[in-house]
Design a protein around this ligand. Structure first.
Ligand code: F6P
Ligand code: MN
Length: 332
């Protein structure tokens, strides 16, 4: 069969199935093009002079890497002028970014984590980009932070790019989760996995175990049972993987199953989790649910959470359905 490019895939989603409109198609193409740019910058590494710190901090007080800043600029520049967005928001910017007045405005809000897994940049381990698309509320011409605070169930599209040995874009617009691999010679994303499915059961888990002493009781119980293996209550051995780039860990789970956890911990009570709800947890939850997996906060479905702040953090449990349901039931 002939390879299907992302462009063709999206045109067919629009024309043949009526699942997306022209503006959403444009939006996804623009984000994908920006991801190609980021992929090239990441791939140059030391030769591009892009490694190391930028000498600044983001709103969460994290040191920004040069590539964090560059990736943010690539996404901003690509998305400002197309006329498909009302506003955008990024992990790397304190406040939503308005579309400059010289450009037309569209009906969508775009949120992104321009370069996820920043701690891995300088050690040549996979990093990625995560994005989420919402509708701008009706009648709003100058969106503010409040207009972005919609639950994950309102997302019209979500995706991530993972910059690994190959660059892969994973996408959902609400009818399945699909994967595209970057053909570096041609410069286009090519469909490499239609309707990805996450196995319901798994024997692989992903968590930063160094936080164990800070966890709540249900979390310790769940992990204790996994670690006990064959001779414990689960009656089988489990394997652990932790890349420390959410995109890479989620991508592994989409490929062969697994459960990813970043629970709330008591190390810093002011932080209800590590991951950001709006541009990390929600888009990943949408992608995972569309692939037959589950995503919760340990207490409720992640996408049902009503956000209260743009950069809000949250506990995340996602992946193979039966494990996510089990650990969630321990928290009830
Ligand atoms: O964006 C946050 C993030 O870098 C994720 O990509 C990753 O899953 C997690 O933090 C890593 O956390 P830790 O540093 O605790 O391993
Ligand atoms: Mn991130």
């Amino acid at each position: 069969m002939k390879p299907i490019s992302l462009t063709r895939f999206l045109i067919e989603e629009q024309r043949d199935h009526g699942r997306i409109n022209a503006d959403l198609r444009l939006l996804i193409e623009v984000v994908a093009r920006a991801c190609k740019g980021i992929s090239i910058a990441v791939g140059k590494g030391a030769l591009g002079g892009v490694l190391g710190n930028a000498g600044s901090e983001n709103v969460q007080g994290e040191v920004q890497k040069k590539l964090d800043v560059l990736s943010n600029e690539i996404l901003l520049e690509a998305n400002e002028w197309g006329g498909h967005l009302a506003a955008l928001a990024s992990e790397e910017m304190d406040h939503p970014h308005a579309i400059p007045n010289r450009y037309p405005k569209g009906e969508y809000l775009l949120l992104f984590d321009p370069l996820d897994g920043s701690s891995n940049i300088d050690v040549n381990v996979s990093v990625g980009t995560i994005f989420s698309v919402l509708r701008c509320p009706e009648g709003v011409t100058a969106p503010t932070e409040a207009d972005f605070l919609q639950p994950g169930t309102q997302q019209v599209a979500a995706g991530y790019a993972v910059y690994g040995p190959s660059t892969i874009l994973v996408l959902t617009t609400g009818s399945g989760t699909h994967g595209f691999t970057l053909d570096r010679e041609v410069g286009s994303f090519v469909l490499s996995g239609r309707n990805l499915r996450i196995p319901e059961d798994t024997s692989e888990f992903a968590i930063n175990l160094s936080n164990l002493r800070h966890w709540e009781a249900p979390m310790r119980r769940y992990i204790d049972e996994l670690l006990a293996g064959k001779t414990g209550p689960r009656g089988r051995d489990f394997n652990m993987r932790w890349v420390a780039s959410m995109v890479a860990d989620v991508h592994r789970i989409l490929t062969r199953g697994g459960i990813f956890m970043y629970p709330r911990d008591l190390k810093d009570p002011s932080k209800p989790g590590r991951l950001r709800l709006m541009y990390e947890a929600n888009p990943m939850a949408f992608i995972v649910e569309q692939a037959g997996g589950a995503a919760t906060t340990g207490r409720e479905r992640l996408m049902d959470v009503q956000p209260t702040a743009l950069h809000q953090r949250i506990a995340v449990f996602l992946g193979s359905r039966n494990e996510v349901e089990r650990v969630t039931s321990y928290h009830q």
